[in-house]
Design a protein around this ligand. Structure first.
Ligand code: SF4
Length: 337
């Protein structure tokens, strides 16, 4: 098959992904950003490459260097700052005894199905994660199935990454076929930012395969700002919800991006209009290179209190922090009493 032919048969979402922007100058041109500003911040891409889909860029405001979506993806010179407590492995994940698999919580096991993402979020707690050591192929799939079979307490598989929806529908189907054979499993949960940055990834075919599974399927998307809930995303989410998939959202609290109650309240409203329930609002994990996104705990708790006043309870995400070694996420407000 020629290269041209192989491109022609790729699904639409893979073709869109291939058009992603990886060069700050191209981003600057697309958004009419000042050349000197871009030149000042671009070197930080050596710490973590720039990568963003054209759909996500289309949601940004041209000419605005402070755009809350742009700030999530544009390298920044503050990433060179050393900050106490910010490390390359904030959740102590990199010593997993079984590559590709993290067993942090008693009843749930997390599988790194795919390394890499469709977007590189500058605040990502896995920005230093050695994905190359966590390849998930047929051997890893067999080891995962064996691991779960030997531990009756595991009833849920969380498929994560990187971004697991970078796997093809066929790869998902193969994994599902095997997981469905394990009688103790009740659920499969997919954690992905791809729907937000590439809505066409939510194919009808994958929704139908998940809906046909004996395992309950949950999709947890990751949106931080109301402008990320685009019409294309709403349309695809409707299709998945109509197919019977439960969809939740998690956000990260980020300085100068979404650290105010009005922005987060609007995000919750837009999510619910797209039939998505707000789930978690995460305090930033202290990853090296991201200290400029940090919000103080006092400010975070004040925002949470304002959200409770603005929204019905079911639209208020739980404000949590992940602490390495803890058996579950820790509600932030409990740590301050
Ligand atoms: S999509 Fe998720 S895993 Fe990927 S860079 Fe962003 S936060 Fe990290």
């Amino acid at each position: 098959m020629t290269d041209t032919a192989s491109i022609a048969v790729r699904p639409a979402w893979q073709q869109a992904l291939a058009q992603s922007i990886r060069d700050p100058r191209q981003l600057a041109e697309t958004l009419s950003l000042p050349a000197d500003w871009v030149a000042a911040h671009s070197p930080a891409r050596e710490l973590f490459p720039l990568q963003v889909t054209r759909h996500f860029v289309s949601l940004m405001t041209p000419g605005d260097c402070d755009d809350p979506l742009l700030r999530q993806v544009m390298p920044h010179q503050d990433e060179y700052k050393e900050a106490a407590g910010f490390t390359t492995d904030p959740l102590a994940e990199q010593q997993s005894s079984q590559p590709g698999l993290l067993h942090k919580y008693r009843s749930r096991v997390l599988v790194i199905l795919r390394g890499g993402c469709a977007i590189n979020c500058r605040y990502c707690f896995r920005r230093h994660f050695p994905y190359a050591d966590h390849h998930f192929g047929p051997q890893q799939r067999a080891e995962l199935i064996n691991y779960i079979r030997q531990d009756a307490a595991i009833n849920e598989v969380i498929v994560s990454g990187g971004d697991p929806l970078l796997a093809t529908d066929e790869q998902f189907t193969r994994l599902l076929d095997e997981l469905e054979q394990l009688p103790q499993l009740l659920r499969i949960r997919i954690h992905s930012r791809l729907p937000v940055v590439l809505p066409e990834r939510l194919t009808d075919a994958l929704a139908q395969r998940l809906a046909a599974s004996r395992l309950q399927a949950i999709l947890v998307i990751h949106a931080n700002h109301p402008r990320e809930i685009a019409p294309q995303l709403q349309e695809r989410l409707q299709a998945w919800v109509n197919a019977g998939i439960t969809v939740l959202n998690q956000s990260v609290l980020l300085r100068d991006i979404n650290d105010d109650a009005a922005t987060l309240a609007e995000l919750s409203e837009r999510l619910f209009a797209a039939r998505v329930l707000p789930y978690y609002l995460h305090q930033l994990d202290k990853v090296k290179g991201a200290s400029h996104f940090a919000v103080t705990d006092a400010h975070a708790c004040a925002i949470a209190a304002q959200l409770r006043a603005l929204l019905p309870g079911f639209l208020v995400p739980r404000l949590v922090r992940e602490i390495a070694g803890e058996p579950s996420k820790t509600p932030l407000e409990l740590t301050l009493v």
